[in-house]
Ligand binder design. Structure first.
Ligand code: NCD
Length: 308
């Protein structure tokens, strides 16, 4: 499979077979995660985070370190020449000259794709505004695949801010690659999926229903994917005030659901997922966050041509 040298901009650029290949390699990486390898010992990864991040940045950097590679970069662009007005393209040209692969998170939609156009080395999109977060979707799908043994035929409820949430959007796109997945999209009407996502789903004939009410769908769901209302992406603060606190998944909400049902969340959570749920056997979101390391190890090794 042709992973070597590839950019990772959108999950839509990957076929189902390619995604399953990433899962298989990630499964192997789980086994070597703790003691590490020297597979990428000659490689240097740039980690460019123009927006806050905990899990994505640290799991990419951990993945690289566990593979014996090294990392340069920043988590706070205020300390770089961007503060002097340097363009993203110029910054990327420099970083591209120094390193072998670039992982970038940026608030602007389309920025990862612009970076990939100027960089000779591969660029991995770690989130571009509200648009895409492909590696999050890969680890979400990997978690579902491991926990439930398959993705085909599942009923997945995606809950929260589906308009601004790049993790939710990328997961929806990723699920569309599998067979007979049923989507229940649960959000306040202000935060429904964007038109381009709705158009894509209808073009692909994906079974999908939209509702504001989680109780309508939760009893029949195999996966409940909860997301945070993305406060920082609202242009109108009054609009945020109207929808904040729309959902709170607590133990009462999940009573009577199917035994196998799993709850995922890309994290960070605010108030949409009660901490009392953490000890429920349905809660898999910390396992999901942990899976970020082997999945990113797999991607880095495949793209840098050291895994097949
Ligand atoms: C998500 C993100 O940054 O898009 N977090 C993550 O990468 N795990 C979700 C969010 O911020 O709500």
């Amino acid at each position: 499979m042709a992973f070597k040298g590839r950019d990772v901009i959108s999950i839509l650029d990957f076929s189902r077979n390619e995604l399953e290949h990433v899962f298989r390699v990630a499964n192997k990486m789980r086994g070597i995660m703790k003691h590490g390898t020297t597979l990428l010992k000659t490689n240097l990864m740039a980690s460019l985070f123009f927006e806050p991040s905990t899990r994505t940045r640290l799991s990419f950097e951990t993945a690289m370190a566990r593979l014996g590679g090294r990392v340069v970069g920043f988590a706070e662009p205020g300390g770089t020449s961007i503060a002097k007005g340097e363009t993203l393209e110029d910054t990327i040209r420099m970083v591209d000259a120094y390193t072998d692969i670039i992982v970038m998170r940026h608030p602007k939609e389309g920025s990862a794709s612009s970076a990939a156009q100027v960089a000779d080395h591969p660029v991995i999109n770690a989130g571009d505004g509200s648009q895409h977060h492909p590696t999050q979707a890969m680890l979400d799908l990997f978690t579902i695949w491991r926990e439930l043994g398959k993705v085909d035929g599942l009923h997945v409820a995606v809950v929260g801010d589906l308009k601004h949430g790049r993790a939710a959007t990328s997961l929806i796109y990723g699920l569309s690659k599998f067979d007979h997945v049923r989507l229940s999209l649960v959000s306040p009407s202000l935060l429904k999926i964007r038109n381009e996502v709705a158009d894509y789903l209808s073009e692909k004939n994906i079974s999908m229903s939209e509702t504001e009410n989680l109780t309508d769908v939760i009893r029949d769901a195999d996966v409940v994917y909860v997301t945070r209302i993305q406060k920082e992406r609202f242009s109108d603060p009054a609009e945020y005030e109207r929808v904040k606190g729309s959902y709170c998944l607590d133990l009462r909400a999940i009573s009577g659901t199917n035994d196998q049902m799993i709850i995922l969340h890309p994290l960070p959570r605010v108030d949409e997922l009660a901490t009392e749920v953490d000890s429920s056997p349905h809660a898999k979101y910390f396992e999901q966050a942990k899976n970020g390391v082997p999945v990113r190890m797999a991607l880095l090794a495949l793209i840098l041509g050291e895994a097949r």
